[in-house]
Design a protein around this ligand. Sequence first.
Ligand code: NAD
Ligand code: UGA
Length: 436
Amino acid sequence: MAKICVIGTGYVGLVTGTCFSDMGHMVTCLDINEERIEQLKNGIMPIYEPGLKQIVDQNVEAGRLSFTTSYKDALTDAEFAFIAVGTPSNVDGEADMQYVRMAVTSIAENLDHPIIIVNKSTVPVGTGDWVTEVIFDLNGKQKPAFCVVSNPEFLREGSAVSDFMNPDRVVLGSTNPDAAQKVADLYQALRSPIMITDLRTAEMIKYASNAFLATRISYINEIANICDSLGADVREVARGMGMDKRIGHTFLDAGLGWGGSCFPKDVKALFFMAATRGAHPQLLQAVMDINQNQRIRAVAKLESALGSLKGKRIGVLGLSFKPNTDDTRDAPALDIIRMLLEKDAEVQAFDPQAMAASKAEIPQLILCQNPYEAAKGCEALLLATEWNEFKSLDFNKIKANMKGNVVFDGRNVWDGWELRKLGFTYIGVGVPDPID
Ligand code: NAD
Ligand code: UGA
């Protein structure tokens, strides 16, 4: 049993702390957001993540998991301090390190015993060395010993708990093999492959992995756009490609492209790191351009189906950047809605979890209680995020509620042939027109 402090209680920090406590460790989760900590102390989850509340409750009850805003309390006797604060994009695409700097400074100010600092935030290559320097600068050499280990996180929102508990691999980077081994020991119970490497390589593995996944999606979206011109079906193309073991099936779903709090900022940050060191990351530029164009193409497809969008009412199903999360950071749906509003369309939408966050970002957005209400009086209905509950709707009811008959399946989950039989004009992404 180890004593662990986790700094940051967002999607990564709260899941990490909770899962370590579930594995029998004593965990204190710390955040500077007082409201968030107050909510957690009262059993209220500050984020929507399936299965998380139950496991938080169990471990709080068992006395292994607690929450605080005090670095002093959280660090008392802690053997490990995991940093899991945000690293959003600066205007030029560089990772904004202010939260990591604040966290590291607070650790240095409150450190009174040896500790292993584990960096779980996604941070620019070289950050591990930088953290070591910051703590040395602040504490001088007379202060307690510490080591820095990079431990990038690969969980996905919407399946964060099960991803954390069943990782394909655990990556650890350090200049100190003993420290890396001690962190590896925390993960032994998961029985997953553990890779120990140097600090910079571990940091790079995270960026290279996210950029590769984003590349696969942009690739299949480019193929989808070519399918649109040639009358092939990208869903079958992806299936046929995926049967090749060298290619595999995952991350080949064409649609409105990738969003979220990570792919967009991480591809930008990798591009920034490369470009500012004289490299020419042409592929990364194309990956970002294709992704942005996918959103613009969606609006263009609606325009070509409806003519001018001025005064037209459009219903949108799904607002979060992917299903099973309330996270709307860089959600394709919100970007598309902004473009529709700029063209003077009226937009009404429904999402199972992300309505409040979306309304805060786009006050003109009309919120609806369910998919059928979102279809009411609409010329077109756009499926932007493929929540399970949108996959089998009562389309007779949808048709009766709509003013027009255009359905745009932005995630290729509906059956275009069936919808056409019901009198809809079906638009997909790289899916041939059912009339052909
Ligand atoms: P988040 O925005 O959901 O949460 C960050 C939390 O850190 C917030 O609660 C904030 O109040 C807190 N915080 C900020 N500064 C602090 C400080 N000085 N001391 C204590 N708490 C502080 O972020 P997230 O989505 O959990 O991401 C965290 C990091 O993990 C990022 O670097 C991200 O790229 C990476 N990551 C995220 C995911 C994901 O699915 N969200 C997956 C893998 C890696
Ligand atoms: C992603 C990675 O999958 C995680 O491994 C990583 O830890 C995380 O980023 C991170 O660093 O934060 P996440 O953003 O939560 O996880 O969700 P994904 O399932 O990867 O989806 C990202 C975006 O790609 C979503 O907008 C999704 O709709 C889109 N996507 C995904 C597609 O358009 N097609 C696909 O085939 C898969």
